[in-house]
Ligand binder design. Sequence first.
Ligand SMILES: C[S@@+](CC[C@H](N)C(=O)[O-])C[C@H]1O[C@@H](n2cnc3c(N)ncnc32)[C@H](O)[C@@H]1O
Length: 267
Amino acid sequence: MRPVVRAAGRRGAGTVALVGAGPGDPGLMTVRGLELLRRAHVVVYDRLVDPRLLDAAPRARRIFAGKASDHHTLPQERINALLIMHARRGRRVVRLKGGDPFVFGRGGEEADALARAGIPFEVVPGVSSAVAVPAYAGIPLTHRGVASSFAVVTGHEEACKRESSVDWSRLARAVDTLVVLMGVKSLPRIARELIEHGRPAATPVALVRWGTTNVQETITGTLGDIAALAARARLEPPVVIVIGEVVALRDRLHWFDDNRVPMEVAQ
Ligand SMILES: C[S@@+](CC[C@H](N)C(=O)[O-])C[C@H]1O[C@@H](n2cnc3c(N)ncnc32)[C@H](O)[C@@H]1O
């Protein structure tokens, strides 16, 4: 049963839905997200969104908002202004974002801009790459007797430069499993910091690139050698880094690598 309260807005007024598209496999899109896509007049989407999802909105105007790690096709302010402008013209706008909109997706900033502008909006959570990509690599983030906590952090250079944003010295031993998004470029520094602050160099690490898609690839190693392995493989984003003893479970639990079946989006 769906909740009664929805961001319906005034009659005739436009609305914006911040929708999580999931991590790549279009089959991981939520039912609510798909429903909103089908009814959308305008879809503003990011780089990591699978283009097949846009087929669910054949009549909608599609606007690519870009966003690679170092390069923003549209600045955030322009994206906010675009959402507001289309909603003010009475349109149903879907802002389609990779993974979950509120996990390193700047969805909070977009929601804030909409709230300030008085635009009715709703947030449709998505399956975050932070949990889905390890799952598709056969790595449970928690496992009885192995790991009872995990943290998701950004490895983005800019965020890490600001001392307050990621405290690697505390994180090193505070949680069992660490999941790092946007961390490929900072991997040598992250591994060094974790070892310096007490995480054994033998701790297993997995790097999962384009997880949940049919080009998913995984490199495994340890904190001590993973940076060299990544450099040798010339690994590029998008990558989810998983650090912790749970990574070893992949040897038995990997299920997707050999059985990739591209998902179809239900029309
Ligand atoms: C700007 S963050 C957005 C995260 C997103 N909101 C989420 O919940 O998954 C982008 C980062 O997410 C990770 N990522 C997203 N999709 C991925 C995928 N299919 N495979 C590996 N990493 C992915 C990468 O670390 C990438 O650099």
